[in-house]
Design a protein. Structure first.
Length: 568
């Protein structure tokens, strides 16, 4: 997302969004032979959840075999990927219980399916840390969405690494880095950044470390890592899934969502996650809009007669990102071939929302993180934002190399009680909702598409996500994120070995429509391919080494406007 802020220290805040370094990647160094994803003769990478369930119903496959496969694969690949923080010690026992339940006639939609959840989502028996040693060992009971997943039969096999504190701590920062988990590496090219903050979830799905994963997003952190890692991600309408038991940035924008290898699995998992939670008042609004079965909307004719807008200006510059432009044009061709009418150069006027959004997030975070800490962590853990700042200051060997600048900016605010906080939130929301609603109404649109991300940038352990070419970042998450509307990303193409996704955007509670469009596009194109674990793309590495000689924490964009990329 583009995020303009004041020409002051605030400019150096929100880190690591879709800062895509353009230019064709040159596949070279250290291409690993792809590891086998076959279990009992079945290609797990290519199988959907309904297909796996059918195989288990016919006794061709067992949940125990799936869990053993994924645990072995985590042990083999995680030393290179750093995508997983914790593996469940009870997963194999739960798989045996699932197989036994199936023999008794149990046919729940996720029965025996291994799921990884981001390490800011509470899980019984595994710590929930947001990647920070400040919460090391904290084990609250299951979050509401974890309860829902387990009720559907899922096995929570592991916790995924993430950008620490969902990338709302320091500036600069490196997406996918946490004190506990280290730096997550994307599976397609290991020296590339997986995008944050649900980086571990995205890599885990791409690399077949679980059948599916769950991430969280405030602005971009489901869709960007999904696009960058070549998978599907759904950022739902705020209120469709509960946020209780999830370490927050802000209740006004936060939501969890599925991250999967195909649209079918995303629809199945989303249905399992929905439900009204008395601990999260926003979920009461889903009544009459939510479904337990989103798979019913998987329609390979959904695009026939649909009117789709194309948002280009403000998401990328064709002159700087010609490969992404070519991918978007190919996407348009595919949509038209499926019967859609295209309205090109549809603008979503969102820029005026960036500054009030960031101001609102700062003051909301100050209170919301304290509420989580007080409610879900034991007496030995920090209870306020100032406590977290003090912990970081006292433990630089654990919480380095990054600073606590965003924490400090949030601490300086008056919190939610400040009228300026309320005003900033109301302003940002009004702009974002109007930007989508009015654009769709004025053009008679059913949905809008935009590039989700550019090709993944090189991970820079010194300068972070802002160390590279600042002028070419690509992102389209902000309108949906700020408005609280849904956004679904699907693999759309590759720049060399680096995936690029396309986002389908629409209005509140429009998940059924977007799932249909995304599925139709996916089935028509079948773009996704498994990663090959390249060590590097040497030509780009050389360019980046030269570009990173100077630490550019903030700088103006190509139009002379001050911005920062950010995904959180």
């Amino acid at each position: 997302m583009h995020a303009p802020v004041r020409r002051s220290v605030l400019l150096a805040t929100v880190m690591a969004l879709a800062l895509g370094v353009a230019g064709a990647a040159v596949p070279i160094a250290g291409a690993s032979k792809p590891t086998s994803t076959r279990v009992a003769g079945i290609d797990i990478d290519a199988a959907t959840i309904p297909e796996l369930q059918a195989l288990m119903d016919r006794h061709r496959l067992k949940s125990v075999q799936l869990v053993q496969f994924y645990v072995h694969r985590i042990k083999k690949l995680n030393p290179r990927l750093h995508a997983v923080i914790t593996v469940s010690p009870t997963a194999l026992a739960e798989a045996r219980a699932a197989d036994k339940a199936r023999r008794r006639g149990d046919h729940r939609p996720l029965l025996g399916i291994p799921v990884i959840v981001k390490d800011n989502i509470d899980t019984t028996g595994m710590p929930t840390t947001a990647g920070s040693y400040a919460l090391a060992g904290s084990t609250p009971p299951d979050a509401f969405i974890v309860q829902r997943l387990k009720a559907a039969g899922a096995i929570i096999i592991a916790k995924a690494n993430l950008s620490e504190w969902a990338n709302f701590r320091s500036a600069p920062s490196s997406s996918g880095w946490s004190g506990i988990g280290g730096q997550t590496n994307m599976a397609h090219v290991l020296d590339r950044n997986p995008c944050g903050s649900s980086s571990g979830s995205g890599v885990a799905v791409a690399a077949d470390l679980a059948t599916v994963a769950v991430g969280t997003e405030t602005d971009g952190s489901i869709v960007c890592p999904s696009g960058a890692n070549g998978i599907v991600g759904i950022k739902p309408t705020v209120g469709l899934v509960s946020r209780s038991g999830i370490i927050p940035i802000s209740a006004e924008q936060d939501t969890a969502g599925p991250m999967t290898r195909n649209v079918t699995d995303a629809a199945v998992v989303l249905g399992a996650m929905t439900g009204v939670d008395r601990a999260d008042p926003a979920t009461s609004a889903q009544v009459g809009h939510a479904f337990r079965n989103y798979a019913q909307f998987l329609d390979d004719d959904a695009l026939e007669g649909a009117r789709i807008g194309v948002w280009r200006e403000g998401t990328y510059d064709p002159a700087l990102s010609p490969e992404v432009d070519a991918i978007l044009n190919a996407t348009i061709d595919a949509l038209e071939a499926q019967g859609a009418t295209i309205v090109d150069h549809t603008n979503i006027p969102i820029e005026a929302a960036y500054e009030p959004e960031f101001a609102a997030l700062l003051c909301e975070f100050k209170d919301d993180i304290a509420t989580y800490l007080e409610t879900y962590t034991g007496a030995a853990y920090p209870k306020t934002l100032q406590d977290l700042i003090d912990f970081n200051d006292a433990h630089p060997e654990l919480e380095g190399p990054w600073n606590s600048l965003i924490f400090e900016l949030a601490q300086e605010t008056g919190g939610r009680a400040d009228p300026a906080c309320t005003e900033a939130r109301e302003t940002a929301n009004a702009i974002a909702k109007a930007a989508i609603d009015d654009t769709m109404a004025d053009n008679g649109l059913d949905a809008i598409i935009a590039p989700t991300n550019g090709p993944a940038w090189l991970t820079d352990p010194v300068n972070g996500d802002l160390g590279g070419d600042f002028s070419t970042f690509i992102g389209s998450s902000s309108p949906s994120a700020i408005a609280g509307y849904p956004n679904i990303t699907v693999p759309a193409g590759y720049v060399g070995p680096l995936p690029v996704g396309v986002s389908f955007i629409a209005g509140r509670w429009d998940e059924p429509k977007l799932i249909g469009f995304a599925y139709d596009f996916e089935q028509a194109t079948h773009v996704r391919r498994p990663p090959t674990f390249l060590a590097s793309t040497s030509a780009d590495a050389a360019r980046a080494s030269k570009a990173h000689k100077n630490d550019r924490a903030v700088s103006p964009d190509r139009h002379g406007r001050w911005r920062m990329p950010s995904v959180r």
